[in-house]
Design a protein around this ligand. Structure first.
Ligand code: ATP
Length: 290
């Protein structure tokens, strides 16, 4: 285990409040995503400027699973939306496969927490899943094939003709995941994807995402409030400081590729990693990391 900043080339933003020194990138391959000194401020109608991100820097390697955690209101969603190209940074740059992100990259898909707002209630499940595929200009048959394959991959093979409101919350979130998978993205960004489902469904969806990641070889970045979830699912956990946010600490999660809800979470290494992440999240501003 390491709680330093060397893995995957992640580093603390300049002037990190935790006083962590920048790391030496260790990646050999070109990163899938590179967040370089990204700052983001919002300006209110009355001209008040609020700085939310303060020089955030880290890389994400191809097929890596990175979890982002941090205090409430730190700017996690802002960071994810900026990486997704849904808004531009105030300063700094984001690269996806070496190209600067100036809008949503085509090979990237998003899953948000609120499935009830991300699925179109008047469309069948099949139509919801094929919706983003229109961007790819595929034939109708190919769209249907990809939708059927993705729905089957999330365990919902036979509900293409149903409507979202006929499904449980967990099933709707599976549909949102299927929609992302059908798009065959290289990378998946997820913002609190399991926050609105019950505990059992949550662990099922965590395992589903891990299985899909293996199957499709995706790079995944997830924002979560759940420290156990962050450690259980990821290869690295990036801990953000309070707003204005920078990278406070990066924790390598060396638990191997095979995760199991009972076995993995009972390992002493898991407990130690969870404590390391929790301590980093709770550390008061200005207090250096151990
Ligand atoms: N579009 C916006 N305009 C102005 N301020 C915003 C906007 N979006 C977010 N903010 C502010 O930026 C700060 C960070 O918000 P953000 O949602 O990114 O944090 P978060 O870490 O994801 O929060 P949470 O942990 O509660 O989900 C908050 O103070 C929020 O009010």
């Amino acid at each position: 285990m390491s709680d330093t900043l060397t893995s995957g080339g992640a580093n603390a933003g300049a002037g990190s409040s935790a006083g962590i020194s920048p790391s030496t990138p260790t990646l050999t391959a070109e990163p899938r995503m590179s967040v370089r000194s990204v700052s983001k401020s919002y300006t209110s109608d009355r001209g008040v400027v609020k700085r939310v991100l303060a020089s955030v820097s880290f890389n994400v390697a191809p097929e890596e699973f990175v979890a982002i955690v941090g205090p409430s209101g730190a700017g996690k969603t802002t960071l994810l939306r900026t990486i997704a190209g849904l808004m531009l940074p105030t300063s700094g740059e984001i690269f996806f496969d070496g190209d600067e992100v100036t809008g949503p990259p085509e090979r990237l898909a998003l899953v948000f927490q609120d499935y009830s707002r991300s699925l179109m209630p008047w469309m069948t499940i099949e139509k919801n899943v094929t919706l983003p595929l229109r961007r790819k200009k595929l034939s109708k048959d190919e769209q249907k094939r990809l939708a059927a394959e993705a729905l089957s991959a999330v365990g919902l093979g036979d509900i293409g003709s149903h409507y979202p409101w006929q499904l449980s919350g967990g099933m709707q979130q599976r549909v949102a995941i299927a929609r992302a998978i059908a798009y065959q993205p290289d990378a998946l960004l997820m913002d609190e994807p399991f926050a609105s489902v019950d505990a059992q469904t949550r662990s099922d969806l965590e395992d589903l995402i891990l299985a899909l990641k293996k199957q499709y070889g995706m790079t995944i970045v997830v924002v979560t409030h759940d420290i156990d979830e962050a450690v259980y699912m990821s290869d690295r956990v990036i801990v953000l400081s309070g707003s204005p946010t920078s990278v406070r600490q990066v924790v390598d999660v060396k638990l191997g590729g095979q995760r199991d809800q009972l076995v993995t979470k009972s390992l002493p290494e898991f407990v130690e990693l969870r404590n390391t992440v929790l301590t980093a999240v709770r550390r008061p501003v200005g207090e250096p990391s151990p």
